[in-house]
Design a protein around this ligand. Structure first.
Ligand code: HEM
Ligand code: HEM
Length: 193
């Protein structure tokens, strides 16, 4: 398998980043809802929050790397049988993912920087990830926190909707249309035709 994308298939870098980020995002959704559901004083809340922040900020870094790689690596061409509306829907979903995957961690970072509790972010216990100075030192901290909280929550649901749509489309390509759209992103899967 080539490192770079070719006109027919995604390369190893794009495939690795896709599945690494997908697994991290699904983990983040689970951890996010679980820590939100736990009672405030539960001893698991603090470590789960630290994990949520660390993995979420890692997603931010990985998505920036992925976008940089993507700029130099055009996606393989979609199958010729795909109608225009499906091509548009696919690229709208992909743009939506990139926007959500940048704004989700950024809104989280703003939220923790604006928090009156001023809890440090210990990146996987290794070092302290800084707060955003323009937020933590702003007189409008409360406003930043409100807006970031709202944005985080809306994007969580937007991301869930996108994942549902995206996974359903990928499975439809594989099992119903029997084309190569899924296998070129999941090369270990077998073609169904
Ligand atoms: C792709 C990355 C992320 C995903 C998918 C994600 C997902 C979630 C989910 C599902 C929740 C619980 C439901 C909700 O309150 O909306 C949540 C809450 C939260 N997240 Fe994230 N998150 C991400 C990144 C981050 C980052 C990087 C930070 C901080 C550095 C962060 C900070 C928070 C905080 C503080 C809450 C609690 C909000 C509250 O008080 O209700 N998140 N996140
Ligand atoms: C949190 C989960 C996921 C995220 C954030 C995500 C995100 C993305 C993004 C941004 C792309 C566009 C890649 C590019 O820049 O060209 C993409 C492509 C793709 N994804 Fe996902 N994905 C997720 C889960 C899945 C799952 C569960 C499947 C399979 C069931 C899947 C199958 C695919 C396929 C087949 C493509 C290639 C589509 C094409 O060739 O145009 N993804 N994904």
């Amino acid at each position: 398998m080539k490192l770079r994308n070719t006109p027919e298939a995604y390369g190893a870098v794009a495939v690795t980043l896709h599945w690494l980020i997908a697994a991290a995002v699904l983990t983040m959704l689970g951890v996010g809802f679980y820590m939100d559901w736990l009672p405030k004083g539960d001893p698991l809340v603090y470590p789960l929050f630290q994990f949520h922040k660390s993995l979420g900020l890692s997603i931010l870094v990985l998505v920036v790397l992925r976008l940089a790689w993507r700029l130099g690596n055009p996606a393989p061409a979609l199958p010729a049988h795909m109608p225009r509306w499906e091509r548009l829907a696919a690229s709208a979903t992909h743009y939506g993912f990139y926007a959500a995957l940048l704004l989700l961690p950024l809104s989280g970072w703003v939220m923790v920087s604006a928090s009156p509790y001023n809890i440090p972010t210990l990146y996987f216990g290794l070092f302290e990830w800084p707060h955003l100075g323009f937020v933590s030192q702003s007189p409008d901290k409360a406003l930043y926190e409100d807006i970031a909280h709202e944005v985080h929550e809306i994007l969580v649901w937007a991301a869930i909707a996108l994942i549902g749509l995206h996974a359903a489309a990928a499975l439809r390509h594989h099992y119903m249309l029997k084309d190569t759209v899924l296998t070129r992103m999941a090369p270990w899967m077998r073609r169904t035709s």
